[in-house]
Design a protein around this ligand. Structure first.
Ligand code: NAP
Length: 282
């Protein structure tokens, strides 16, 4: 098999941890290949994707702000990407650019692994945020049969747009109704950028949540966000954002390099070391 190269496309892209993940798997599986960061400014993304076949890459991950442009470049997106109108994983097949969205898969795979019985009896969830990640999470929770999903967002209109798009079972709720919604919910997910280092704090009081509820924060810098720390302090089950990042990378690697890699403790340790080092440096 010839030497294969994949990349992560974003703008900016210097912060992306995807190379750490894929290079770990390449080394572990002794595969001849490489994975690099590719900074593509917004005005060049359409042309870059159009000529992807000539780029020398076998495929790519796509991050902010290019997931929607990546979707638009596809003739046959997978059903998840088609629904979300956003693709984060691309590969060439017979010269044609193909793509899918693996954020939904990554979100669920990590939740299933962390709390295997989470779905048993879970009826209601609260999703904080109404951006791209929140839409993927609402889609994921509907797939797993949640009956009631409240989308709570600073800009209520964006939450209302999600509720309208997904229909029955999904409602928008104003931030000041959060205490009542949390009392009802068995799962709350932070899909805002609040709580991330450099961003404002996420101010959510978990005291009304039932003792068996789950708090999932998809922010992973820092790994232990104040929200997760507060969940743990109350004895709630806390799920961090790193596992989602690791699991969403699996399907792409398999497409490009032909082997399905494992999300192992060793891989998590590589990322934790990087997050720790960056945390100390800042
Ligand atoms: P996005 O589309 O830009 O959405 C950002 C969300 O955060 C919006 O709902 C926005 O509310 C809210 N927000 C931002 N600043 C706020 C503030 N000061 N006060 C209140 N709300 C605020 O971003 P995204 O792509 O959905 O990503 C959201 C977060 O998830 C990021 O931190 C990203 O790193 C993380 N993420 C993690 C993974 C993973 O694998 N773990 C995957 C994807 C994303 P408005 O609508 O009111 O602006």
């Amino acid at each position: 098999v010839s030497f294969r190269r994949a990349c992560v496309i974003g703008h900016p892209v210097a912060h992306s941890r995807s190379p750490l993940i894929h290079k770990h798997w390449l080394a572990e599986l002794k595969i001849e290949g490489d994975y690099v960061r590719q900074d593509v400014p917004p005005e060049q993304i359409a042309a870059f994707l159009k000529n992807f076949g000539g780029s020398g890459f076998v495929g790519a991950n796509v991050t902010v702000p290019h997931k929607e442009a990546a979707f638009r470049a596809l003739k046959r997106p997978d059903p998840v990407a088609a629904h979300l109108k956003a693709a984060n994983t691309l590969w060439l097949e017979n010269g044609e650019l193909n793509g899918m969205n693996t954020d939904v898969y990554g979100f669920l795979a990590h939740l299933d692994e962390s709390v295997p019985d989470w779905n048993r009896g879970a009826r209601s969830a609260v999703v904080l945020g109404a951006g791209g990640a929140a839409r993927a999470i609402v889609y994921a929770l509907i797939q797993r049969g949640l009956e009631k999903i409240y989308v709570v967002n600073r800009t209520l209109e964006r939450a209302e747009a999600i509720a309208q798009e997904f229909g029955k079972g999904v409602s928008a709720a104003a931030w000041n109704t959060l205490p009542a919604k949390l009392r009802e919910a068995s799962l709350v997910v932070n899909a805002t950028s609040l709580g991330m280092s450099g961003q404002p704090q996420l101010d959510v009081d978990l005291k009304r949540m039932r003792a068996d509820s789950i708090v999932y924060d998809i922010v992973y810098v820092p790994l232990e966000t104040p929200l997760l720390a507060s969940a743990r302090a109350r004895g709630l089950r806390a799920v961090d954002g790193l596992g989602m990042l690791l699991h969403q990378a699996v399907p792409g690697f398999e497409k490009w390099f032909g082997v399905r890699p494992k999300v192992s403790h060793a891989l998590r340790a590589v990322l934790l070391q990087d997050l720790g080092a960056k945390g100390r440096a800042s």
